[in-house]
Design a protein around this ligand. Structure first.
Ligand code: NDP
Length: 256
């Protein structure tokens, strides 16, 4: 099926691994060029080179922290420098959290706000003016099922993802006159390296695969019934083995 993406330029934050990498690969498979952003520049570079090799499109990596204004500026500049703009922006970079409302400090709330909300604001401010003269485009915000249904142990994640959902709706009304669509995806359980890391932490490098399977069996009965179980799973089993709250969005605790 031709999705009409040939030679479009897609900027994907968090495109070096997990869901973002899958998204970037899928764009490239459709003939789009991709600019992937992540803090770990060498992992992003490896991912970009692999995409270019496999799909024959241009794939460029930008090392940057999109939770900062400087990081967003670097990505916007890269889109201008490498591609003369872009047609698609996928705000995917994000991570789970682990805290209580009563104990989490303001700094942690602010850090997740910067990562899950302000990155989308800042990148839109820089990239929408580049999309509009190309005839418009699309922005896709990767929120979470937690944007509408909270998990008890990650209030900051729930709230900032819900804010991203509302930001998307609000952006969509502002940007549609420029022919730019804005949508949100609220994924459920996707097995990514973040989850594997979390499972290893929770089991202290014990039987982490069994842990993940148990989560899938408990919370994604479809996967268990069909003998799958690694494709979608739920995290709330962490209630039984709760990791220590972390200081900021460098947490390795996967969110849903
Ligand atoms: P991963 O941890 O596997 O990947 C996260 C990606 O984001 C990496 O490329 C990481 O690279 C990048 N990243 C993280 N922080 C920053 C930052 N500050 N600046 C730039 N890049 C950053 O996550 P997933 O693929 O599991 O999740 C991707 C998104 O999907 C997240 O927003 C998550 O909340 C959401 N989601 C995931 C679900 C799941 O079950 N996996 C379910 C629902 C939503 P680096 O570390 O090098 O910066």
């Amino acid at each position: 099926m031709d999705l009409g993406l040939k030679d479009k330029v897609a900027v994907v934050t968090g495109g070096s691994v997990g869901i973002g990498l899958g998204v970037a690969q899928t764009f490239a498979r459709e003939g789009a060029h991709v600019l992937i952003a992540a803090r770990d520049g060498s992992r992003a570079e490896e991912a970009a080179q692999a995409i270019a090799r496999e799909f024959g499109t241009r794939a460029v990596a930008q090392a940057c922290d999109v939770a900062t204004a400087e990081g967003c500026d670097a990505l916007i500049e890269a889109a201008k420098r490498e591609f003369g703009g872009c047609d698609i922006l996928v705000n995917n970079a994000g991570t789970g959290s682990n805290e209580t409302i009563l104990k989490a400090p303001d700094e942690k709330w602010q850090a997740y706000w910067d990562l899950h909300v302000m990155a989308a604001v800042r990148l839109a401010r820089g990239l929408v003016p580049l999309m509009a003269p190309r005839g418009g485009g699309a922005i896709l915000n990767n929120a979470s099922i937690c944007a509408t249904q909270p998990l008890w142990y990650e209030p900051i994640y729930n709230v900032t993802k819900a804010a991203l959902l509302m930001l998307s709706k609000t952006m969509s009304t502002e940007f549609i006159p420029m022919n730019i669509r804005v949508n949100t995806v609220n994924p459920g359980l996707i097995l990514t390296p973040d989850w594997v890391k979390t499972a290893k932490q929770l089991t202290e490098n014990g039987d982490w695969e069994a842990y993940l399977q148990g989560v899938a069996n408990e919370h994604a009965p479809t996967s268990a019934r069909h003998g799958g179980g690694t494709a979608d799973f739920m995290v709330s089993s962490a209630r039984r083995a709760r990791p220590m709250p972390s200081a900021g969005p460098t947490s390795t605790t996967a969110g849903c």
